[in-house]
Design a protein around this ligand. Structure first.
Ligand SMILES: *Cc1c(COP(=O)(O)O)cnc(C)c1O
Ligand code: SF4
Length: 359
């Protein structure tokens, strides 16, 4: 697969992921070497919400304002006054111990890293990511103890920040501890690394992960230009280790709120053996209002997928209810009416059919 979205002015991407990460752009002076930007404005935003753009992800930006650029370059709109709150999903109030959210009966979300390979401007955990001391050995220990003593937990979602930024040994230790707990049946890792730093997915990492099956990985891709040779190699490495891969995409204004773009993304994901799982409507998190789009945009995208592309690459469109009410799917309306015991149904092409409620 050709790397069609490749900025030729960015050379010398080191082969080792540690070196890539440590040469990330974190100040507006560094960014100004590559793009014509208002340094003062960007620095002001980055002071509130950290910037990190590693050279690999930077290399996918062709020009200022393109869909990759907008996901990673700070924008003044992030700090403009808005009505949103830092934590609309009430994650903090559903945390029995720090950095662990227990919202659903049988599964918990466990944040084991506050670092990411790129700080996405639209992040729903903006309040937390990039904070150096948000995750400590102590919070991880407390989380594991909580999981151990809570027998109703069948699944642990290892999340963050990005858990795959942990060193191999640390990740191995963490997963070993989780696997020692007999009621934990499923481990699910949430990561953006195959998209934002695919060099992190090494043969050794795949070897470690495959020892902890059943283990699932959900990746976060938002745009077809993110599916590069490197990303597809990273996903192949994981899929070959027997790990089922899913994708959680966030619906973002000016980035992917377009049926053509979303359709291409879903098709490209399936080709690299990643099954689209969710499209999330962007949560009303403070500092992200400029990315939010209408529910109608999301429903139109779903209608443009169903029937037109393989059902294998049609995800669920989800909204996360405020106050910690959980995730709920939204669907375009196919059932238009119920008359005389019959459903009036519109198919994907807009043609009408009747279907009896009972045969
Ligand atoms: C999203 C989420 C989950 C997982 O939900 P699924 O629908 O199983 O993917 C679990 N816990 C929390 C707190 C979540 O936000
Ligand atoms: S990788 Fe995920 S957690 Fe990290 S900044 Fe991006 S969206 Fe947020």
């Amino acid at each position: 697969m050709p790397d069609f979205a490749y900025n030729k002015s960015i050379k010398n991407i080191p082969p080792d992921w540690h070196d890539i990460l440590s040469s990330s752009i974190e100040t507006s002076d560094e960014l100004a070497k590559y793009f014509h930007v208002d340094k003062k404005k960007i620095q002001k935003v980055a002071k509130r919400y950290p910037m990190r753009i590693n050279p690999y992800y930077l290399s996918l930006m062709i020009k200022a304002g393109d869909p990759i650029w907008r996901q990673a370059v700070p924008d003044q709109m992030e700090i403009e006054n808005s009505f949103e709150i830092d934590d609309p999903l009430a994650e903090e109030s559903q945390s029995p111990v720090p950095n662990l959210i227990h919202r659903y009966p049988d599964r918990v979300l466990f944040m084991v890293s506050s670092q990411c390979a790129v700080y996405c401007r639209f992040c729903m955990r903006k309040r937390k990511v990039g904070a150096p001391f948000a995750v400590t050995d102590e919070t991880v220990r407390e989380g594991i103890n909580y999981i151990k003593k809570t027998k109703s937990i069948r699944e642990v979602l290892v999340s963050g920040g990005d858990p795959l930024l942990l060193e191999d040994d640390d990740l191995n230790n963490l997963l070993t501890k989780l696997r020692e707990i007999s009621h934990v049946e499923i481990i699910r890792i949430h990561t953006r690394v195959p998209c934002t730093l695919p060099q992190r997915i090494t043969k050794n990492l795949a070897k470690i992960l495959k020892r902890f099956h059943p283990l699932f990985i959900n990746i976060h891709f938002n745009h077809p230009d993110e599916i590069t040779c490197q990303a597809s190699r990273a996903c192949a490495e994981l899929a070959d280790a027997g790990i089922p891969l899913g994708c959680q995409t966030v619906l973002l204004k000016g980035i992917n709120n377009n049926p053509r773009v979303m359709k291409l993304l879903m098709q490209k994901l399936l080709k690299i053996r990643v099954r689209p799982y969710y499209i999330f409507h962007a949560d009303p998190v403070k500092g992200t209002a400029h990315f939010r789009t209408s529910i109608n945009d999301g429903l139109k995208i779903m209608a443009a997928l169903r029937g037109y592309v393989s059902g294998m690459c049609v995800p669920h469109y989800m909204i996360d209810l405020p106050g910690g009410g959980g995730k709920i799917p939204l669907l375009p309306e196919y059932v238009k009416d119920v008359i005389d015991g019959k459903l009036k149904i519109k198919n994907y092409k807009g043609e009408f059919f009747e279907y009896p409620l009972n045969f």
